[in-house]
Ligand binder design. Sequence first.
Ligand code: GLU
Length: 304
Amino acid sequence: MTSAATGAGRYAPSPSGDLHFGNLRTAVLAWLFARQTGRRFLMRVEDIDTQRSSRESARRQLADLAALGIEWDGDVIYQSDLFDTYRAAIASLPHYECYCSRKDIQRASSAPHVAPGSYPGTCRDLSEVERASRRAELAAAGRVPALRLRAAATEWTVQDFYAGSYTGVVDDFILRRGGNADQGRDYAYNLAVVLDDGAAGVDQVVRGDDLLSSAPRQAYLAHVLGYPESSYVHVPLVLNADGARLAKRDGAVTLRQMLADASVTDVVTRLAESVGCPGVTTLDGLLGDFDPATLPREPWVWVG
Ligand code: GLU
């Protein structure tokens, strides 16, 4: 990888519970990729979903990362502080109101000409008269419409360190969810992540490979907003013995649980082994020894 003295990588946990081994592994990888390429390493709390997130959970996650020895640059960014920024950004983007219910979308997007998982554009070309009546119907039920990007592309290609050139669907994706959950403050992850990375000068996105299929939408939005292209590094997830994503029910998987009968050094040693560096016991050691080319390409299987 090339060095980028002015660029930044980041880790962006969602504070809805304690970090487990899989989260910690992704955090360590994000830190390694940033530091090995001379980038700053930023920390962002993705608490945009105010129903599921809490500051207390964020505090515990940040304490866990610090306990492992992960250091980041500058202040932690909290998405829940940035709703005004998100609102202003939407106003500057080509967008439209969408009145579809989940059912409407399911029905319409199962049509044969619609790419799987993409919005078929039902509300894209409604007349102002139709909009006014749909908006009034929703308002009567105490709800607000969703806002969608008016995308001028149907697919976009990103460069990923492991997946190579990856092309995926771009649709009129949601910028702000509708409904009554947060009365118009329910900004979408795909919007926030692009704005936050762009504003912070993040040019290297390291995260779990479950998000690879979101990268084309995000990269397209970054392009529309005039941000430079990021390099992507989607890393395999940690799975349990049944092949499912690691979760709390898989036993003592959080750092706090692991530290009940192991030391920080033991945990770092396990993390190092999982990223292809058996026998390494410190983060400093990993910084010297980690080779992105030898990161296992298969999901890492957690054995409790
Ligand atoms: N907040 C997301 C997560 O915890 C990560 C998003 C990202 O890295 O872009 O899975």
